[in-house]
Design a protein around this ligand. Structure first.
Ligand SMILES: Cc1cc2nc3c(=O)[nH]c(=O)nc-3n(C[C@H](O)[C@H](O)[C@H](O)COP(=O)(O)OP(=O)(O)OC[C@H]3O[C@@H](n4cnc5c(N)ncnc54)[C@H](O)[C@@H]3O)c2cc1C
Length: 499
């Protein structure tokens, strides 16, 4: 049963969904929208993840929205403060009342006759509801909320202590005085280790191979100085651009001169850990900087825990879990009371929803990504996906702004359907050029990117800004049309009073 129709349905009330709603409200004030959120809360990632020390690993001047200055002293912010920021944005802009909580979207079916998506969502208790919309905006993040990536470690069932995954952290877990082994070397592991080491007996970070780790001050002195003297928006804008440009410079020079970048990053680790520490084994990756995401640690907290002896790093392979810990391929054993499998996420495109276009199931692996936000052959569907080498929100903001430009353009020209049309010949490449396990595991299900614009997924805010904010909407690639004439008269979806 179809209950309501909207101009735009946003799926997800995380950082991206709340941001998208803000842009819609501001740039397309006439549009009726609702946000369908599968969980019972705002915040997405920042509400879901509850592990000790949860924090951003990029600065809040770029992870924050363009329109809402980050005014806390810490630029590398704690999870609860980020959650507050998202909630505050929703409350200040009257977005909350547009959110339908506990609506998990399962299926979306496009009809060219109606120029509308019929979206099917499951509510608590399994009840299904159907809503229709002209444009569907997936702000559903990039990983499976059902569970994190947990490799099948040999002997797992033998271990007598607790095994915990950071995505489902038990609130009551008491690790004071306990021996903890954190398996992993990514952002989550380097966050957990120093935080748990504050009260645990000892924390061991067990990694198969090292990651690049870079320390930065948690507080940005220049940002705090400027904020005390300038209007908040101006100070925020200056620091935001400084950070964008610095990150672009750092990324580009690391890609152009990887050996130099590698030496620089590892040199900084050596400075932190001193000449006796085995940096070659534990902090010298086999890949080049930015072949995978760098790990940021605020105020060198990881290195401080290592120096204090409350934490250590072991680089080895797991042979098997035992009753009392982990046996390694080298023959060594790591005793543990708690094992944390910080082994990552299950990356997921468009939330695993079933998409059908005019009766045909969409296989996204056969599509090509348009500006990194739409898909060839799929009408009126937008997906928000952030950068891998910069803060997610930079791209989320640009994508939402672009959607508003597109909607206003279509209104002005009385058009209803926008479909990126794949050209006959364009060289294909994987959607993401990253060697991390969670990326390579998922890429076969993702759309391709093309070698040239608008099919190329730029990991470059400045280029995207020009294209998204100033580029032509009618670019010769996007095909615009009106709804197709119906074969036989059928009732239109019922429209109910505005939200
Ligand atoms: C631990 C952690 C730390 C991170 N730190 C950073 C960082 O410092 N900098 C950075 O740039 N990025 C970081 N990221 C990436 C981060 O996910 C993004 O920055 C950002 O939070 C994504 O926001 P989002 O709203 O797009 O997605 P999410 O935060 O994932 O929110 C998606 C929302 O959509 C809902 N949803 C999903 N599917 C459905 C469905 N089918 N039906 C209904 N609702 C649905 C979810 O319940 C959720 O509320 C981090 C990620 C993790 C996991």
């Amino acid at each position: 049963m179809i209950t309501e129709h909207f101009d735009v349905l946003i799926v997800g009330a995380g950082l991206s969904g709340i941001g998208a709603a803000y842009h819609l409200k501001t740039l397309c004030p006439g549009k009726r929208y609702a946000i369908l959120e599968g969980r019972g809360a705002i915040g997405g990632t920042w509400d879901l993840f509850r592990y000790p020390g949860i924090r951003s690993d990029s600065d809040m001047h770029t992870l924050g929205y363009r329109f809402k200055p980050w005014t806390e002293a810490k630029a590398i912010a704690d999870g609860p403060n980020i959650l507050n920021y998202v909630r505050e944005t929703a409350a200040e802009n009257d977005i909350d009342r547009h959110i339908r909580f506990n609506h998990q979207v399962k299926r979306a079916e496009w009809s060219s006759e109606d120029a509308a998506w019929t979206v099917e969502a499951e509510r608590e208790g399994g009840e299904r509801v159907r809503l229709t919309c002209n444009v569907l905006m997936m702000c559903s993040g990039y990983y499976d909320y059902a569970g994190g990536y947990d490799p099948a470690f040999e002997g797992r069932e033998r271990f007598k202590g607790d095994i915990v995954h950071p995505q489902t952290w038990p609130e009551a877990l008491d690790y004071a005085g306990k021996r903890v082994v954190v398996i992993g070397s990514g952002a989550t592991a380097v966050t957990l280790v120093p935080e748990m080491a504050k009260t645990a007996g000892h924390v061991t970070m067990l990694q198969r191979s090292p990651t690049y780790v870079v320390s930065r001050p948690a507080e940005d002195a220049m940002a705090n100085w400027l904020r005390a003297r300038l209007p908040a928006k101006l100070a925020y804008g200056i620091v935001r651009w400084r950070n964008v440009l610095f990150a672009m410079y750092f990324f580009n020079s690391a890609r152009k001169k990887p050996e130099q970048a590698k030496a620089h990053i590892i040199g900084m680790v050596r400075d932190q850990l001193g000449p006796d520490y085995d940096v070659d084994t534990h902090f010298t990756p086999r890949y080049n900087p930015w072949d995978q995401r760098l790990c940021l640690v605020p105020d060198a907290d990881l290195f401080a825990a290592l120096k204090a002896g409350s934490a250590s790093v072991v680089t080895d392979h797991i042979e098997t879990f035992t009753e009392t810990g982990i046996k390694l391929k080298s023959g060594a054993e790591l005793p543990a009371d708690i094992i944390v499998t910080a082994t990552g996420l299950n990356m997921q495109l468009l939330s695993g929803v079933d998409y059908v276009v005019d009766g045909e199931t969409v296989n996204f692996a056969e599509t090509m990504s348009y500006k990194g936000m739409m898909f060839s052959g799929v009408p009126n569907l937008v997906s928000v996906f952030g950068y891998t080498n910069a803060s997610w929100t930079l791209k989320a903001d640009l994508t939402a702004e672009y959607v508003c430009r597109l909607l206003n353009f279509m209104d002005r020209h009385k058009l209803e359907i926008a479909t990126p049309e794949k050209p006959a010949a364009v060289a294909e490449a994987p959607w993401l050029d990253f060697s991390s396990g969670y990326v390579t595991r998922a890429m076969e299900k993702f759309p391709k990117q093309g070698a040239t614009k608008p099919w190329k997924v730029h990991q470059n805010y400045a280029l995207d800004l020009l294209a998204f904010r100033f580029g032509k909407i009618d670019d010769g690639v996007m095909a615009f049309s009106k709804r197709k004439a119906k074969a036989a008269a059928a009732p239109a979806p019922e429209r109910i009073a505005a939200e």
